[in-house]
Ligand binder design. Structure first.
Ligand code: PCA
Length: 327
């Protein structure tokens, strides 16, 4: 008898405790596309921890790395439809939806992180408006290191890139592939190592970080650090999920987001240097690129920027104007 009373009381206490916690705690899924060792992923993980600490565990965010919940091209839509409350995606991949998403993938528009940040500020109002229409709030956006060309064989001019099986990640990189006479093949970062190992692709443009994360030196031998552009990931939250939070929790999320953005940009710079060293250590030749290659790429870049400006219309021009003014 005594024992039964104890059990009943314990159950009662447990259920009250459970109901209390369930009412007070919000759980979010955070879909990301890059492995846990990637610097964006680590930054996201810190963001999650900071939110947890600042809200006393009231908002629990579970990050899902390496495209384990959704593949990169699906993540934006997953946030839009509420299938994940938060997501990280690569902006320039969505350029076909709106040219605004492609502004930071334009060749040779920026030549440093400072300029890339200025371009981000110029792009941000249009980006926020666009994402808002898609049911999302932009929390933070962090740059990848500058983009360079990886090849198997030495390259002295764009003519040497002809016929290459060219991995692409955006409409602009596909267009560049066409202009240089290569065969564009879309491959997500999560599948990059395999695509190289199986010969689906044999050249690409990406960052030192992605090169080091995927040990590209196992299949490719040259890295031309031409710093063609500095593209960004965006981390967004579903508007509905954000609106459902109390004010103090919203503020904690926004504060952690601002911190993550500042930390991420700083880290990106450091990761660039570390990754180049890792590529070298892996046996890759790190090249600056010949004058001919640079001149050829500049010409390709001009065409791409011209085409983007035509397609992007007044909204695109406004971004370029605001950027030039700030620069
Ligand atoms: N790495 C990612 C996006 C840009 C970058 O540097 C990729 O190659 O898919």
């Amino acid at each position: 008898m005594k024992r039964r009373i104890f059990c009943a009381t314990a159950t009662l206490v447990a259920s009250i405790g459970f109901a209390g916690a369930a009412a007070a705690q919000t759980k979010w899924d955070f879909a990301t596309a890059y492995g846990p060792g990637n610097f964006h992923s680590k930054n996201n993980e810190l963001f999650v921890k900071e939110v947890d600490a600042a809200t006393g565990g009231k908002l629990k965010i579970t990050p899902h790395f390496g495209a384990s919940l959704f593949k990169m091209p699906e993540i934006k839509r997953a946030v839009q439809t509420g299938n994940a409350q938060m997501g990280e995606f690569f902006l320039v991949s969505f350029q076909n939806e709106s040219q605004i998403f492609g502004a930071d993938g334009l060749p040779f528009l920026v030549s440093s992180y400072d300029e890339a940040f200025k371009l981000y500020q110029a792009q941000k109002p249009a980006l926020q408006k666009l994402l808002d229409k898609q049911g999302q709030v932009l929390l933070y956006s962090v740059a990848w290191p500058p983009q360079g060309i990886y090849t198997k064989k030495p390259v002295n001019s764009v003519a040497d890139l002809k016929g290459m099986k060219w991995r692409v990640y955006s409409p602009t990189t596909a267009r560049i592939g066409e202009l240089i006479g290569a065969q564009p093949v879309t491959v997500q970062e999560a599948e990059l190592s395999q695509a190289l190992a199986t010969g689906v692709v044999d050249g690409l443009i990406t960052s030192s970080a992605t090169g080091a994360d995927n040990k590209l030196f196992e299949n490719l031998k040259y890295y031309y650090n031409v710093q063609a552009w500095i593209p960004k990931n965006a981390v967004t939250v579903s508007k509905k999920a954000f609106a459902a939070l109390d004010k103090a929790t919203q503020d904690a999320v926004l504060k952690a987001a601002a911190d993550a953005e500042a930390r991420g940009w700083k880290e990106s710079k450091e990761v660039d240097a570390k990754s180049i060293a890792a590529l070298k250590a892996g046996g890759m030749s790190i090249e600056t690129g010949s004058a001919q290659l640079k001149a050829d790429l500049a010409k390709v870049g001009e065409t791409v920027v011209k085409e983007w400006t035509e397609k992007a219309g007044a909204d695109g021009q406004a971004i370029l104007d605001a950027y030039k003014k700030a620069k």
